[in-house]
Design a protein around this ligand. Structure first.
Ligand SMILES: CC(C)(COP(=O)(O)OP(=O)(O)OC[C@H]1O[C@@H](n2cnc3c(N)ncnc32)[C@H](O)[C@@H]1OP(=O)(O)O)[C@@H](O)C(=O)NCCC(=O)NCCS
Length: 182
């Protein structure tokens, strides 16, 4: 355990630029299910396909059990579901974590993912005193590469056939990372 970073149990709300990172509420569930029905999300970041599955997913996301800090990404004006972002595999001893995200089709193409990742990273480097955040995406997913670049995560290399995605194939992936000192 780091002497500095402490992960609180209940989700902490984080305001961002055009986004609000918050807990998942019950009245979000139908919208979350709709978002997970999107083909790209189903391929690159699959999630539950039933309302019961969303309930379980939401319970996990809202339970910061010491390994992750996860948020629903909401529109700060309408409070509608825009997506989700997570710092996971948090290692307070090493001071690092991985970042994951998706944005619903109706929220795409206007900087939501990049803003959400920047806000989550600010929380990780600030409250959790992490020093390095990394993320992986399939080489065939240029949208995710754009998010990484836009959120200040430098490309560190290409991993060969490193992860099996939902199409059942192992894909080459880009490894991107951002340091607290960047
Ligand atoms: C990847 C994803 C999160 C992008 O969300 P978004 O909110 O539309 O992304 P942003 O608007 O923040 O875009 C960030 C950058 O990526 C670029 N980008 C976004 N979508 C793109 C696309 N389809 N092709 C190429 N570049 C794209 C943007 O142009 C922007 O760069 P810029 O500011 O230099 O113009 C969204 O498409 C998604 O949820 N996809 C399915 C799930 C997924 O891939 N999750 C990540 C798994 S690693």
């Amino acid at each position: 355990m780091s002497a500095d970073g402490v992960l609180p149990a209940p989700p902490v709300r984080v305001p961002g630029d055009g986004v609000l990172l918050r807990e998942v509420r019950e009245d979000d569930h139908a919208r979350v299910l709709e978002a997970f029905g999107d083909g790209r999300t189903a391929l690159w970041n699959p999630g539950p396909t039933t309302l019961a599955g969303v309930e379980e997913w939401a319970r996990g996301r809202n339970d910061w059990d010491g390994t992750h800090a996860s948020w629903l990404v909401a529109d700060p004006h309408t409070d509608d579901v825009l997506g989700a972002v997570s710092l996971f595999k948090i290692d307070l001893d090493q001071g690092d974590a991985e970042v994951g995200y998706w944005v619903a089709p109706w929220g795409r193409g206007r900087g939501v993912a990049a803003s959400a990742v920047r806000s989550a990273a600010a929380y990780g480097f600030g409250a959790l005193v992490l020093r390095r955040l990394h993320l992986f995406h399939a080489v065939e997913n240029p949208a995710s590469c754009g998010v990484a670049r836009r959120a200040g995560f430098l490309l560190e290399g290409t991993l060969r056939e490193s992860y099996r995605y939902a199409d059942g194939r192992f894909h080459d992936e880009h490894l991107h990372a951002r340091l607290a000192t960047d």
